[in-house]
Design a protein around this ligand. Structure first.
Ligand code: P6P
Length: 328
């Protein structure tokens, strides 16, 4: 089986102007993935469980593994000199990498450990990342505008799922490929080449505890999912861990929704380092991602941690939801 390292080198030939910097960046993500995976897989037996007494920019209790993951992804991304700036869910402001040279060609937006509230109950969690070319001049410090680029401008995007087996899934705009970590030797193998999401699925993922505060259109779609008069019944599957729900839907078909609610009018999920990278991946896999009215990748970012409602998954399911939303 081909390793991730061999795959990155082979695919580098797809980019005639490739100077190897994106390959170096992807390899740094591979390194951080293996380090975080090792800690996540033994979280139960080290003192890394539980929360540190800090709150992150989201006002959420930071879990120790959050901090560990954030530190190691930032360290790995900074070490190779190809990244000039990082926007992380765990940091209020963006990070300037290598401020003396500012030579990095890329910026990265990352959620180092999404779903971390699930750590203590042993539910799969994930890392989500998005890669852009900087807009500002090489040699100058990275600026906010380098991060506020539309999702359509992403160079690459991916996620890591720390689960029963841990996987790295990513795209550079030429399809989606999944790699599985062999923990016994730490090698990462191409296990899911050219991933495609079924255009129709029978799984819907949404926190129905918020049902009463959803819009009429979202309620209509959820009622449609439950309706069995003239269609096969759907299954409700909601793990409460975005990467786990997303990955299952990518493989089996399905739709994940985090709509706006009365208390969260822009939804809960972040545009830069959750919705845009997953939207890039799902479109490359033949699926669709929208805020209910607009393609996620077309949304113009205004700030680092801005939220957006999201419906993402099988094309026909997302389109059915959009059609019902448009009638209200
Ligand atoms: P709720 C985890 O905090 C997360 O960001 C996603 O991983 C997950 O899908 C969602 O929030 C769960 O949110 O409001 O349903 O508990």
């Amino acid at each position: 089986m081909q390793t991730l390292g061999e795959f990155i080198i082979e695919k580098q030939k797809d980019f005639s102007e490739a100077s190897g910097e994106l390959s170096k960046l992807l390899s740094s993500i591979k390194l951080a993935t293996k380090i975080v995976n090792r800690e996540v897989s033994k979280a139960g037996i080290t003192n890394i469980l539980g929360a540190v007494n800090q709150m992150n920019v989201q006002g959420e209790q930071q879990q120790k593994l959050d901090v560990f993951a954030n530190d190691h992804f930032i360290k790995a991304l900074t070490a190779r000199g190809v990244v000039c700036g990082i926007a992380s869910e765990e940091n209020d402001d963006f990070i300037i990498c290598n401020p003396t040279e500012n030579s990095g060609k890329y910026v990265v937006a990352i959620d180092p450990l999404d779903g971390s509230s699930n750590i203590d109950v042993n539910v799969s969690i994930g890392t989500i990342f998005s890669i852009y070319k900087r807009k500002s001049q090489l040699g100058t410090p990275v600026v906010l505008d380098d991060f506020l680029q539309k999702g359509t401008d992403q160079i690459a995007a991916g996620y890591v799922l720390y689960g029963s087996s841990s996987m790295l899934v990513y795209t550079t705009g030429n399809g989606v490929n999944g790699f599985t970590i062999d923990p016994s030797i730490g090698t990462v193998y191409l296990s899911h080449p050219d991933m495609k999401i079924p255009s129709q699925g029978y799984i819907y993922s949404v926190n129905e505890g918020h049902y009463n505060s959803f819009s009429e259109g979202i309620k209509k779609y959820i009622d449609y999912c439950k309706d069995t008069t003239d269609k096969k019944p759907y299954s409700a599957r909601y793990i409460g861990s975005l990467v786990a729900d997303f990955h299952r839907n990518l493989i089996k078909g399905g739709i994940y929704m985090y709509p706006s609610t009365k208390s969260a009018p822009n939804g809960k999920l972040r545009l830069l380092y959750e919705c845009n990278p997953l939207a890039f991946i799902i479109e490359q896999a033949g699926g669709k991602a929208t805020n209910g009215k607009r393609r996620i990748l077309e949304i113009e970012p205004k700030e680092l941690h801005q939220r957006t409602p999201i419906l993402i998954g099988s094309k026909q399911m997302v389109e059915k939801a959009e059609a019902l939303i448009s009638t209200t």
